[in-house]
Structure formats: C-alpha cells, structure tokens
Design a protein. Structure first.
Ligand code: C5P
Length: 208
C-alpha cells in the first residue's frame, strides 16, 4: 500500500530535516516543495525580471525543469523571501500543483513538505503532520544553518525575515499556511531532530 506523508509548517520549523529522515526510513521519494517556489523566483532573478511580474512568474512555473531544483543557490536567504512573493500568485500555485500531485502519485507513496500539502496538494494523505516551533527558535536554527554555509546574517535580521514570511504565508488568499483539520501538530521548539523524528514515527505508526 502506498504511504503518502504530508508535512507542513512555517519557515525553519524543522519540517525539511524531518521529511528527509522519514523518507529515508520508509524508503519513499521526498519532495521539498519550497524548492519549486524558490526555483521560480530564481529564474526571474537570474533573467533580471521583476518579482512582481505575475505573467513571467507563471511562465517560469509552467516550464520548471526538475534539474534546476538541485542548484544550491536556491537555498540562499534572499531566495526564501523571493519565493514567498511569487508563491502568492494563484497561477504560479496552479502550475506547480500538477507537478506536486504527479510526484505524490508514485506507486510506493511519497513524503512532501511545504505549506499547503495537507490542505491542497494531498488532501487524502495517509498522515498529515503540522510542524511548529517558536519564531525565536526557528531564527536560531536558520542562523546556524546560514553560518554553516558561510552566509553572514544577524539573528535579529533573520527573526524579522521569519516573522515577515510567516505573516505573508499565513495571510495570502491562495492556499495560505494553515493546519489541516485532520493534521497532527508537533511542536519542535524543545526537540532536537532525533526526538522530532521519534515522535513523528510514533504518530505515523498510529495512523497507518
Ligand atoms: O520552505 P521554504 O522556506 O523553502 O519555502 C519558501 C517559500 O515558498 C515559503 O515562504 C512559501 O511562501 C512558499 N511555499 C509555498 N507553498 C509550499 C512551499 C513553499 O507557498 N508548499
């Protein structure tokens, strides 16, 4: 039986690390859906096109090439912001929806993480997790991650970014960040990656 695991949550909540560990554990393909939005934004920035150009963003989403998803520059801090801007365009979301649904229909199942997986992309997922953590803890994690990649930024600056992104992602009208009614919430503020993984596995084993 295919197993589809939907993981949603705000920026730097630990959902990406958790999704990778679960995909490894269950032997499932994994899609970090934030990368799709980042790749659309990156295509515009590279071409010198304004992020407010919705028609260009839609074309970039419609012609997205999976090979572009492995570019490490997609993970730069500025791309998170830029992705959040293009992700509020309904036509961009519609173009990426088909892509994500195809990925989720793998015969073995899949793990997808993002903002609207449990609510829009995979409403019939076998298990839905909603991962949260305090904004300060998320800023600390992102700060460590960026420092590890040699990208300098202050904790205050990152916290401000995270709060702005939370507000934009939660208030947009197209598929806002929102916990699905049938999702299980996991607060990782006090949990390290191993503890979050153990709790998520227990939730999945109960649900399947
Ligand atoms: O998760 P990540 O930080 O890579 O996502 C970048 C941005 O892409 C988010 O702030 C959000 O605006 C958008 N996104 C989205 N829906 C998803 C995944 C990401 O709108 N499923």
């Amino acid at each position: 039986m295919p197993l589809v695991i939907a993981i949603d949550g705000p920026a730097a909540s630990g959902k990406g690390t958790l999704a990778r560990k679960l995909a490894d554990h269950y032997g499932l393909p994994h899609l970090d859906t934030g990368l799709l939005y980042r790749a659309v934004a990156f295509a515009l920035v590279e071409a010198g096109i304004d992020l407010g150009d919705h028609a260009a963003a839609t074309r970039a989403a419609e012609t997205l090439d999976s090979a572009s998803l492995s570019d490490p520059r997609l993970r730069d801090r500025a791309m998170g912001e830029a992705a959040s801007r293009v992700s509020s365009v309904p036509e961009v979301r519609a173009a990426l929806l088909a892509w994500q649904r195809r990925f989720a229909s793998d015969p073995s199942g899949a793990v997808l993480d993002g903002r609207d997986i449990g609510t829009v992309v995979c409403p019939a997922a076998d298990v839905k997790l909603f991962i949260t953590a305090s904004a300060l803890e998320r800023a600390r994690r992102r700060h460590r991650e960026l420092a590890g990649r040699g990208e300098a930024a202050t904790l205050e600056g990152i916290l401000a970014d995270i709060e702005a992104r939370d507000a934009r992602d939660s208030s947009r009208s197209a598929a806002p960040l929102k916990m699905a009614d049938d999702a299980v919430q996991l607060d990782t503020t006090e949990l390290d990656a191993a503890a979050a993984f153990a709790q998520a596995r227990a939730i999945i084993e109960r649900a399947r």
